[in-house]
Design a protein around this ligand. Structure first.
Ligand SMILES: [Fe+2]
Length: 269
């Protein structure tokens, strides 16, 4: 399996604090079944901007140490890019690291509380440049919990979606867990990510969540999300999607003839 979202580079963001910690996280992800990990440190516009050259250099150091520790896991560079209005301009100038440094897919993070008004515009501008935005953990944004139809709209426009495995354990609350299951059940998720920041204290970390995912989507789809789609992405190919997207089970309040409100469920396509 390929983990497309992690904070394993030591000392660059709120993730791993040392190379020793990095090695332990990588070991834990390997035990969960990951054979490739993309390091995606936070990249933000501003004075603390993390340059792609630095990401490459630190990823090389991690790769060397992982090999020295005799861990058979491939480490690739990437970034989790926090959205800002000039994002496409920065991408055009080569200032943003793509997933796996493969030049085609950009992992994008949104603010947790509110979806910025320029989000659609930025996604569109990135696509015009030939870049495919991959939205990090859609289930964790308050704005999307309240308005999940936007996720459907983006998927139809070619935005790809990466689920955070830990959302399924309830780490981010019942709403994130609920939306995670709904998106998985709707076949709207393209990739999996651990978003690992440090060594998990739980025995068999990620295994339970991976089994939950497999239970919801089935073996074939699970293989696509954890291996085939990331492979296509790293080879710069199109992540194939057959069929129309729909969002299952969107609840809506409706007033009946007798004046009481009932919750109805429908499928949005
Ligand atoms: Fe992250």
């Amino acid at each position: 399996m390929i983990d497309i979202h992690s904070h394993i580079l030591p000392g660059v963001d709120d993730g791993s604090k040392s190379m020793a910690e990095t090695i332990e996280i990588v070991r834990q992800l390997q035990e969960a079944g990951f054979k490739t990990i993309i390091a995606t440190p936070h990249v933000l516009e501003g004075k603390d901007y993390l340059r792609s050259a630095d990401i490459r250099a630190i990823t090389d150091q991690v790769r060397f140490q992982v090999a020295a520790a005799e861990i058979q896991v491939k480490i690739l560079p990437g970034a989790e890019n926090y959205i800002f209005p000039d994002m496409a301009k920065w991408a055009r100038d080569g200032k943003l690291m793509t997933l796996g440094d493969a030049g085609k897919y950009l992992l994008v993070e949104l603010p947790l509380l509110e979806i910025p008004h320029y989000t659609d515009q930025v996604f569109f501008e990135l696509q015009v440049l030939g870049l495919t935005p991959v939205l990090a953990h859609p289930e964790r944004y308050k704005g999307l919990v309240e308005e999940p139809e936007r996720v459907l709209d983006w998927a139809k426009k070619g935005i790809l979606l990466q689920l955070d495995l830990r959302s399924l354990s309830g780490k981010y609350g019942p709403q994130a867990k609920g939306l995670a299951k709904r998106l998985l059940g709707s076949d709207l998720i393209h990739f999996m990510g651990s978003d690992a920041h440090r060594v998990s204290q739980r025995e068999g970390a990620y295994g339970e969540e991976l089994r939950s995912v497999q239970g919801i989507v089935g073996e074939k789809k699970f293989g696509e999300m954890t291996l085939l789609n990331p492979q296509r992405m790293l080879e710069g190919e199109v992540v194939q999607r057959i069929g129309e997207y729909c969002l299952m089970g969107v609840g809506r309040e409706k007033k009946g003839k007798r004046g009481f409100w009932s919750r109805i469920s429908k499928i949005l396509c």
